[in-house]
Ligand binder design. Structure first.
Ligand SMILES: O=P(O)(O)OC[C@@H](O)[C@H]1O[C@@H](OP(=O)(O)O)[C@@H](O)[C@@H](O)[C@@H]1O
Ligand SMILES: [Mg+2]
Ligand SMILES: [Zn+2]
Length: 180
């Protein structure tokens, strides 16, 4: 199965240190929506795994998050593609959950959804270390993008085998070329 797991903030949309709190604040990174649609039209399944501690922090609520994800889906569908699954961790850093990246809970949920035993070789694209580590636990292939917090992430040692690209569109170009 051609499956990819994407981080959201800083990969699909612009991130903010003040959190992205509404559909209005949710602004796609240039080329990311089109890139997701290209993958989808090429037969890839697209999953999103996103930490959303802003919920636990009371910065926004589930209606706001749903509105953001409807906007994201709508934009991809307008380009002829789709996002097949969106999973989010609603918890805060102190909640001790097992789904907040870098823990792999969301990636396990994604593997189960697609009836896969693991995520061996599945590209896991993120802008933070925690995205890369969470994907590795189930065998994912880590891809770091320089958008969002990616430049900051680059300052520290990356997990072995991490491939670095400017943005999601460049990752997708690479994957589709490798697809042949
Ligand atoms: O990149 P993904 O996982 O899609 O989402 C990240 C967001 O939930 C927020 O995560 C927060 O981290 P803390 O939750 O405060 O550690 C901060 O980094 C915010 O700037 C960021 O918008
Ligand atoms: Mg991110
Ligand atoms: Zn969680």
């Amino acid at each position: 199965m051609k499956l990819i797991v994407l981080d959201r903030d800083g990969v699909i949309n612009e991130d903010s240190d003040a959190f992205v709190k509404s559909a209005e604040e949710w602004i796609p990174i240039p080329g990311s929506i089109e890139a997701i649609a290209y993958l989808s039209k090429a037969g890839w399944k697209v999953a999103v795994a996103t930490n959303q501690s802003g919920l636990a922090r009371g910065l926004f609520d589930m209606t706001d998050l749903t509105d953001m994800h409807l906007k994201m889906q709508q934009l991809v569908m307008e380009q002829g593609g789709q996002i097949d699954l969106i999973v989010h961790c609603p918890h805060g850093p102190q909640d001790g959950c097992n789904c907040r990246k870098p823990l792999p809970g969301m990636f396990r949920t994604i593997a189960e959804h697609f009836r896969l035993p693991d995520l061996k070789g599945v590209p896991a694209v993120g802008d933070s270390h925690r995205d890369l580590h969470a994907g590795l636990v189930l065998g994912g292939k880590p891809y770091l993008v320089k958008t969002g917090k990616g430049q900051r992430t680059l300052q520290n040692i990356l997990p072995p085998g991490t491939q670095v690209f400017d943005d999601l569109a460049s990752v997708v170009d690479h994957l589709l070329k490798a697809d042949g």
